[in-house]
Design a protein. Structure first.
Length: 312
């Protein structure tokens, strides 16, 4: 009986230093017989790297015909890289990994055993700590996961990584979601299927520097909230209702005070504060509405998620 194929999808951006180490780590596992139940396929995705990442792809592909790659015409983001890798994958099982070895390859045999058992359709991973991260960034990350689970119907676990192994059924379900604005962590949770969680301690990058600044993570969090929850729109409506009620109460107070005490002149500072408060809430609500309109606008354009410059 033919072996099943495990496709390793690796989105990359400026990872020329990490790639040889990553590839060798997988090959070492294979030589040790820890991946014997399956044959391997590699799908590397170059997300418009500015270094020699594409050159490394070509070298690996030349010496190993199991290595395939897709190179984008520019940087389209990791979400596009994940989608492209899943589209190009041919395996019965597919695992998404980072090239920096922060997703420990040593976990692959255990993940594979759970998938092979037939009990689970997906084996996902989560970090149990955030050693090496700035405390403020870690605090905001934890709050984000807690908020997402409260306001959305996607199952997003604190510390969840993109590092997970899936059956072809799960991959096809993910690919069936064609939206342009993608938030993979939410999509993985939204599609469901029986999932096994594995925990591991945070691992430092083997080479290079992180591509995720605090600002990029903040924008990514906003994208996730907008993609999987309409709660901000409900909050905007509630703010508007509250301000209408407050304004109505103030009108009654002013009318009663005028009838009883006349019309004493009030200080302008309090009036300025009220105007600034109401204006600020209006701008906040308009901004929330604008985010949803912007996402809808981008979806209606129906642009491709990425453009390919070279592939093999």
């Amino acid at each position: 009986m033919d072996k099943k194929i495990l496709t390793i999808v690796v989105p990359c951006y400026n990872e020329q230093e990490s790639l040889p180490l990553f590839y060798q780590a997988i090959i070492d596992l294979e030589k040790e017989g820890k991946l014997n139940p399956v044959d391997l396929e590699f799908v590397f995705v170059d997300d418009g790297s500015r270094d020699n990442t594409l050159g490394v792809f070509r070298e690996l592909s030349a010496k190993d015909d199991r290595v395939h790659y897709v190179s984008f015409s520019r940087n389209f983001g990791k979400e596009a890289g994940i989608y492209a890798g899943l589209e190009k994958s041919k395996g019965d099982y597919v695992v998404i990994m980072d090239a920096d070895l922060q997703d420990p390859p040593a976990m692959l045999p255990e993940m594979l055993s759970y998938i092979e058992s037939g009990e689970y359709e997906c084996v996902a991973t989560r970090r149990v700590d955030r050693k090496g991260e700035p405390p403020i960034r870690s605090w905001f990350a934890r709050k984000f996961y807690r908020l997402m689970n409260k306001i959305s119907n996607a199952d997003i676990v604190d510390g969840a990584r993109d590092y997970q192994m899936m059956t072809r059924k799960v991959v096809d379900a993910i690919l069936s979601m064609k939206e342009y604005n993608r938030f993979s962590k939410g999509i993985f949770g939204w599609v469901g299927f029986k999932r096994k969680w594995l925990e591991f301690e945070n691992v430092e990058r083997v080479a290079g520097e992180t591509k995720w600044s605090f600002w990029k993570l903040f924008i990514y969090a906003i994208d996730g909230i907008v993609a999987f929850s309409t709660t901000p729109l409900i909050m905007a409506s509630i703010f508007g209702l509250i301000m209408c009620l407050v304004a109505f109460v103030f009108i009654i107070v002013i009318i009663v005070r005028t009838l009883i005490f006349g019309d004493p002149t009030s200080g302008w500072p309090s009036m300025v504060c009220i105007i600034l408060l109401v204006s600020g809430i209006q701008l906040l609500c308009m901004g929330i509405l604008g985010e949803y309109l912007a996402k809808a606008y981008l979806e209606t354009k129906n642009r491709p998620k990425y453009l390919v410059q070279e592939e093999r």
